[in-house]
Design a protein around this ligand. Structure first.
Ligand code: DUT
Length: 159
């Protein structure tokens, strides 16, 4: 069973009332990164390639707190600290307005016991402006059986 937005909000901080949706909690954009170097996925390990934070727009006539993103693939970091409670699994979906603007957020599984400020793959198929702090995604939680809790390399990332 998927939990209510009010339940999800107990595991996401900070949250304001307008982030709480019927079935989940909206996540906001903190930083956008561009990958510079190749990563590696091996049989026994992995490495995330070097990346650089994309500068916020600095042109005088434009809003200095806005990302102006040309077509491409970026890594977006969410501003909220997320904790996936035991007995649950998390999924993040893009905000539909992002998708309707020809952009997409690709995501993976959020494991029971994980805590941190996570990231998603922001695919920009048409230039877009995204303000820092704008809502871009939604976290939902479903009840799930598991034996262990998350103890991987991303535990407590970006806290
Ligand atoms: O879109 C997502 C999906 C998951 N996570 C977080 C929560 C998840 O619990 C953690 C680890 O994900 P995963 O288990 O897929 O990572 P891995 O590549 O297998 O690395 P490790 O074995 O170190 O966990 O990353 C994100 O930040 N973004």
């Amino acid at each position: 069973m998927f939990r209510s937005g009010t339940f999800v909000a107990e595991h996401v901080s900070p949250t304001t009332d307008d982030q709480i949706q019927p079935n989940g909690v909206d996540l906001t954009l903190d930083l956008v990164f561009e990958q510079l170097e190749p990563g590696r996925i091996g049989r026994d390990g992995k490495q995330v390639g070097d990346r650089v934070a994309r500068p916020l727009e600095e042109l005088e006539q434009k809003d200095p707190d806005t990302y102006y993103l040309p077509e491409g693939a970026y890594v977006a970091r969410y501003d909220e600290r997320i904790r996936i409670p035991e007995g649950h699994i998390g999924f993040v979906y893009p905000r539909s307005s992002l998708m309707r603007n020809s952009c997409m957020l690709n995501t993976a599984v959020w494991d029971a016991g994980y805590e941190g400020r996570g990231e998603g793959l922001l695919q920009v198929h048409h230039d877009i402006e995204i303000e820092r702090g704008a809502r871009i995604a939604q976290l939902v939680l479903a009840e799930a059986d598991h034996e262990d809790v998350y103890d991987g390399s991303y535990q407590r990332e970006n806290l």
